[in-house]
Design a binder for this molecule. Structure first.
Ligand SMILES: [Zn+2]
Length: 320
């Protein structure tokens, strides 16, 4: 039997050992090269685009020779106002891309000896960088599976049977319940969205699935509407999971990763952040055969090209 990809040497091109051995200056140089690939890491002014700058080496800052604007390698990116050393930042990225089911923020803050809040904000910023690759705006092609799964709003059953409520009833739910709807190309991308009910998936398919594609869905009646737009394979999950190639197994494997991530690592996920975890799981699914060095590079270069994160900049200061 072929060796699992994650066990092969080819999947390991970046390690914590190599990051810390190379040290802070090398990590800083890595960020410069990712930010300014077109000049091999030489600073380019974010204000006017001029590519010559004075180096203020002691503070790792630059001053543009044309417009005198002062900036750093992270100015204007989601890593602006970072509090970590570059070597720790790179290590955090390594730990996060290495975790195929995600990693809890308590664990990350212990591994890096940083505050929980620092780890929490950093991880969410990295998920934004991943989301840029997941939500490209391009329509899905080929054969596309669609399915939904509910997350959150769980009510703990009472200890004594007499006190228990019927948790299936809407009035006994917490209002935090959401459905993640996923559309997944058999040969490509995974596109998740968070909604209130699974039926919203029909409108999502109309927006995101090419009219020349074909689709698969389960027996749930709201998917009947899909037949108006596409040739749809239906599979009745109460009878069979895969019927002569008719299945939604790719969508199911996305949900299984997301569930392991949410329930196994994060334990409790607010509906407000559920889409971030869904994007993270989709990104991991789509890159499951990419080596970890390349994964880190993808995340960092997306993050360096991304504008300052409005959601997370000064998050705790605002929340406090
Ligand atoms: Zn300038």
């Amino acid at each position: 039997m072929a060796q699992h990809f994650l066990l092969s040497a080819g999947s390991r091109t970046l390690s914590l050992r190599s990051i810390y051995k190379a040290g802070e200056d090398a990590a800083y140089q890595t960020f410069c090269e990712m930010r300014w690939p077109e000049t091999d890491g030489e600073a380019v002014c974010p204000c006017c685009g001029f590519d010559e700058a004075y180096k203020i080496t002691t503070r790792r800052k630059f001053k543009c020779k044309a417009c005198h604007h002062q900036f750093s390698v992270t100015s204007g990116t989601i890593f602006a106002s970072r509090k970590m050393d570059f070597v720790d930042l790179l290590a955090a990225i390594c730990i996060i891309v290495n975790a195929s089911k995600g990693v809890s923020m308590v664990q990350l803050s212990r591994d890096l000896d940083c505050q929980y809040k620092t780890a929490f904000v950093l991880a969410h910023k990295l998920r934004e960088a991943m989301a840029m690759e997941v939500h490209t705006g391009e329509v899905l092609e080929g054969h596309v599976e669609i399915d939904g799964a509910y997350f959150g709003g769980h009510i703990r059953p009472e200890n004594a049977k007499a006190d228990r409520k019927d948790r299936r009833l809407k009035e006994h739910q917490t209002g935090k319940r959401r459905v993640v709807i996923v559309m997944r190309e058999r040969a490509g991308r995974t596109l998740p969205t968070v909604a209130m009910n699974e039926g919203e998936g029909v409108a999502l398919a109309q927006e995101n699935v090419s009219r020349t594609a074909t689709m698969s869905a389960d027996e749930a009646s709201h998917w009947d509407m899909l037949h108006a737009g596409w040739n749809v394979d239906r599979v009745n999950h109460s009878e069979i999971y895969s019927d002569h190639g008719k299945h939604t197994n790719m969508a199911e494997s996305f949900f299984s990763r997301l569930r392991r991530m949410v329930e196994g690592q994060h334990h409790h996920v607010s509906p407000q952040y559920l889409h971030q975890y869904a994007n993270h799981a989709a990104w991991l699914e789509d890159n499951r055969r990419t080596d970890n060095g390349t994964l880190a590079q993808i995340v960092v270069s997306n993050a360096m090209g991304a504008p300052v994160s409005r959601n997370w900049k000064g998050y705790w200061q605002r929340a406090a």
